[in-house]
Design a binder for this molecule. Structure first.
Ligand SMILES: Nc1nc2c(ncn2[C@@H]2O[C@H](COP(=O)(O)OP(=O)(O)OP(=O)(O)O)[C@@H](O)[C@H]2O)c(=O)[nH]1
Ligand SMILES: [Mg+2]
Ligand SMILES: [Zn+2]
Length: 294
């Protein structure tokens, strides 16, 4: 029998082939699950803090899962602190609508977003303007995995937290990770054949430990992301720069479109909310309403 005192706390960084890889101060252990943990599906997730009984060598047994703060569903990771949403400034060009959907999805999952604009080495004035639009409302890091520009700041942003890299394919997620973590060799530069054929294969998510503390997971890029299924009247609340104004709208359930006495439209007229951001909001709203009609 295991003595409770001998249990070590660690974090599950990978689950593969029936084994759970648990990371603690001493490094990694390949663990199995105690019987009672095996019966429920999704009982133990990547990102979970667990108590394990160390075994022979680098083996062990997961005895207990500590309370989970959050669960991200795509990819499935527990206790994620922040989503680093990576878009490239060129090759491919940033798509503001898609970025918006990533931001909304993060907000809905209760995960703090950080925007990372990569490939600044390729950017022109026009694309840099876009960056400044977001700086007011979100933490923004501008990087080049090629020249190393901004990587220090990104590293600081990741320190001590569990982060997930997300964003479209080809923006440089894996290249950035490789430059942040010496010795790491994530595959880069290939647009995966699976992605092209639209097939969904299981992919194993892995948390990579960072030298400064904290973990980061790479994800395969998705070229499209649907808006999550939210009520149209809840949309504004997911825009950090817009939501704050809605409390004074004349109508409860105001969609901030054509309604009279709308304080969001007023804020746009007064220049407190950027026109471009408001248009982005309207575009997302139209998508939501359109989808509900179908
Ligand atoms: N010029 C320039 N090229 C970059 C930069 N970062 C990445 N690249 C290149 O962009 C291409 C795609 O990079 P990846 O790291 O594979 O992109 P990814 O986001 O991981 O793509 P998926 O895994 O398909 O989602 C590669 O050819 C990289 O060399 C950068 O900062 N500047
Ligand atoms: Mg990649
Ligand atoms: Zn309104």
């Amino acid at each position: 029998m295991n003595n409770q005192d001998n249990l070590i706390e660690g974090i599950v960084v990978k689950a593969y082939g029936g084994f759970f890889y648990v990371y603690d101060d001493q490094g990694m252990r390949e663990c199995t699950l105690r019987g009672r943990l095996r019966y429920k599906k999704q009982q133990v997730l990547v990102g979970d803090r667990v108590l394990m009984a160390p075994g022979q060598g680098r083996g062990g047994v997961v005895e207990d899962v500590l309370p989970r703060r959050s669960t991200l569903t795509r990819p499935v990771v527990a206790n994620v602190d922040q989503a680093v949403i990576i878009f490239s400034l060129r090759d491919p060009e940033p798509n503001p609508g898609l970025l918006e959907r990533f931001l909304i999805t993060a907000a809905l999952n209760g995960i703090a977003p950080v925007i990372c604009f990569n490939k600044v080495d390729l950017a022109t004035e026009r694309q840099l303007e876009l960056v400044s639009n977001y700086r007011e409302y979100y933490p923004v890091v501008v990087t080049s995995a090629k020249t190393g520009n901004g990587l220090c700041l990104l590293r600081e942003t990741l320190n001590g937290k569990i982060s997930v890299f997300a964003g479209p394919s080809g923006v440089g997620k894996s290249t950035i990770l490789n430059s942040l973590i010496p010795g790491l060799k994530q595959k880069t530069g290939e647009v995966s054949a699976k992605l092209k054929s639209g097939r969904h294969t299981t992919r194993h998510i892995e948390l990579i430990p960072l030298a400064g503390g904290g973990f980061v997971a790479d994800t395969p890029g998705f070229s499209n992301l649907d808006l999550p299924d939210i009520k149209p009247e809840d949309l504004a609340g997911l825009f950090p720069d817009i939501g704050g104004y809605q409390t004074n709208c004349f109508f409860t359930g105001c969609l901030h479109y054509k309604e009279p006495g709308c304080s969001i439209k007023e804020a746009v007229e007064q220049g407190k909310i950027g026109e471009a951001r408001y248009r982005q909001y309207l575009e997302s709203l139209a998508q939501l309403i359109d989808r509900r009609k179908r």
